[in-house]
Design a protein around this ligand. Structure first.
Ligand code: ASP
Length: 613
């Protein structure tokens, strides 16, 4: 086949651009051959680019025979430029599902710009190919309109965010990719320095320290569409690199950051989804969220609240409840509407779920007109039963499920049940499932205590300012210190976390002491931040919002991979370019990493095996 040059041919329109009012006009289109249909002489060709699809017709009488033969030889994904005249399609041939469906291009000239091997799968919205194959051939996969449209949405969301933040006086400032380790609690990706043998850069887990220092520098309002790299054990919804809309601002309190973010989301939803969000988003303190929904990122598209049953069952004599309450634990319940009809198997499944959160069991009983029936009913007097039914607001035919244990086990176990039941409920309520329910969860504890070792770790990161009223007990009673800390949740997905930051060296050092960072370590790891705090650091705060997750929700996807042009698999590999990959031993030698190479072992990029440390 003879390939031709594009030469001086330029597109007059994209493949999605022609409409009926352009009929009789000349047009030139460029794109990929989506499919051809040979109708006994007349050849129909669907030409595709990222903008759309246009039907092109080669009529034997309108083009030379040789050109018709060339057109007939075109295969899937060949790249062509076609010149012709726009014609209205006959009424019966109009395609209402296609934006260009009223017209077709009657070809008069053709240039074949490139051929293509048979693609490993067809460009269809619902490909049957495995995801691994699609990731290996991502360049073909991205031609699928369904996938390309997500990248388009992503672009527009980022643009809207940029415009909004610009209008609010924010500057987009890039922070470095080769950094000192940043403390988001994950493992760092390390980059060996060639120039400084034995030393390493880290790839940023987030711009956290740098954006705080920008506030010290007086930049006042910063944002960045920032890549964050975390060497975590991957789960289905994680990527080793993710993108945040990263924001920091000076002289503000929690409300200011929240209001800014709400305004930005309102604009994104208005412009991209045609949805008018109700502002402000509701706020719920962490403890309330846990008590009511058993989760710090509850899905509010359904209510299904957890009920405190302590008062109802106190003094019941039922050992399981008495024990939990006397040891400072909790007894809480979930009313499962109509759950009396749940099979034994379904109930056992719910119990198994509760057990994965540490619950010893799931106490339960059916609600009847006469009181409770079955399960734990026999252990409870009619009065206790009546109190429990009233506390749950339960009705005949419902099931009451209870967990009695340590508070955190109780709320998490019932929270998991609530979530499972709620998601099932949403399946039959498309109108509710389609709602957008935002929530700010606030007043998180600053520290998490390890139940085994009794040591404290930062709940978010260690730069969070404790609440003014809790500052006095920072070191004496860390467990009860709440932070100026807020998470943004949408439909049960955590979109981002932020906080008002510590801007004083003394408070920062106190927090570091609580989490067991020695003065020496603090100096070594964060000395530059502590130093900056001594040169006039303003009060400041911000947030990092997960862009990939946001796009996933907006596009109605369930996989983050669909929102990223070149994603990694769950084992952090890129199937298209085959990374991570071995490198040339000479390169390793240059990086002083040669000693980490053992026969049969992969190179250790951290250089942990280096004899010289
Ligand atoms: N750096 C934080 C994170 O990546 C977000 C923030 O506190 O602004 O989670």
């Amino acid at each position: 086949m003879q390939l031709e040059h594009l030469g001086d041919w330029r597109r007059t329109h994209t493949c999605g651009g022609l409409r009926a009012d352009q009929a009789d006009g000349a047009a030139r289109l460029c794109g990929w051959v989506h499919r051809t249909r040979d109708h006994g002489g007349v050849l129909f060709l669907d030409l595709r680019d990222r903008h759309g699809l246009t039907q092109v017709v080669f009529h034997p009488g309108r083009v030379p025979q040789a050109m018709l033969e060339s057109a007939r030889s075109l295969r899937h994904e060949f790249v062509v430029a076609i010149e012709g005249v726009v014609a209205l399609r006959p009424d019966a041939m109009r395609n209402a599902n296609l934006p260009t469906g009223e017209i077709e291009l009657i070809a008069s000239d053709l240039r074949i710009l490139n051929d293509s091997q048979t693609p490993p799968f067809l460009i269809e919205d619902d490909p049957s190919a495995s995801e691994d194959l699609r990731l290996e051939y991502r360049f073909v996969d991205l031609r699928r309109p369904d996938l390309a449209s997500v990248l388009g949405l992503r672009h527009r969301v980022v643009l809207t965010a940029r415009r909004h933040l610009d209008a609010q006086g924010f500057w987009e400032i890039e922070t470095p990719m080769l950094v000192r380790p940043t403390p988001e609690g994950a493992r760092d990706y390390l980059v060996p320095s060639r120039v400084h043998p034995g030393k390493f850069y880290a790839l940023p887990q987030s711009p956290q320290l740098y954006k705080q220092i920008l506030m010290v520098s007086g930049m006042d309002r910063y944002f960045q569409i920032a890549r964050c790299l975390r060497d975590e054990d991957l789960r289905a919804d994680r990527q080793p690199e993710h993108t945040q809309i990263d924001i920091e601002m000076s002289f503000v309190g929690e409300e200011d950051v929240q209001t800014l973010v709400e305004g930005m989301f309102a604009e994104i939803f208005r412009s991209q989804m045609g949805v008018e969000l109700e502002l402000p988003f509701p706020r719920l303190a962490y403890v309330e969220a846990m008590n009511r929904y058993g989760s710090d990122k509850p899905d509010l598209r359904f209510e299904l609240p957890i009920v405190d049953a302590a008062d109802a069952v106190r003094g019941s004599g039922f050992q399981v409840f008495e024990q939990a309450l006397s040891s400072g634990g909790a007894v809480k319940a979930l009313r499962i509407e109509g759950g009396g009809a749940l099979s034994r198997k379904d109930q056992d499944e719910l119990e198994a779920l509760a057990k994965t959160f540490g619950a010893k069991g799931l106490a339960r009983a059916k609600v009847t007109a006469a009181g409770l029936d079955g399960g734990i009913a026999k252990f409870l007097t009619p009065e206790v039963q009546a109190r429990l039914i009233a506390a749950c607001g339960a009705r005949d035919g419902d099931l009451i499920a209870l967990v009695a244990d340590r508070w955190d086990i109780v709320v998490r176990a019932l929270g998991a049940l609530r979530s499972r039941l709620g998601q099932a409920w949403l399946k039959s309520r498309p109108a509710d499932a389609a709602k957008w329910r935002f929530l700010w969860v606030t007043e998180f504890p600053v520290f998490e205590k390890d139940p085994e070792t009794g040591t404290f770790a930062p709940a978010h990161h260690m730069f969070t300012m404790p609440r003014d009223e809790d500052l006095a007990s920072l070191e004496s009673d860390p467990e009860r210190v709440r932070g100026k800390l807020y998470d943004l949740v949408l439909n049960g997905v955590e979109l981002g976390s932020g906080s008002i930051r510590i801007h004083r060296r003394d408070i920062q050092e106190a927090v570091m002491r609580v989490v067991g960072v020695s003065a020496e370590d603090a100096e070594r790891k964060f000395g530059f931040l502590l130093k900056a705090f001594q040169y006039g650091a303003p009060p400041h705060g911000g947030i990092g919002l997960g862009l990939d997750r946001l796009i996933m929700l907006l596009a109605g996807r369930t996989s983050l991979r669909d929102t990223i042009a070149f994603p990694k698999t769950t084992s952090a590999a890129s199937l298209m370019d085959g990374c991570p990959s071995e490198v040339d031993p000479a390169e390793l030698r240059e990086l002083n990493l040669q000693q980490s190479l053992h026969p049969g072992r992969r190179p250790n990029p951290a250089g942990a095996d280096r004899a010289d440390g």
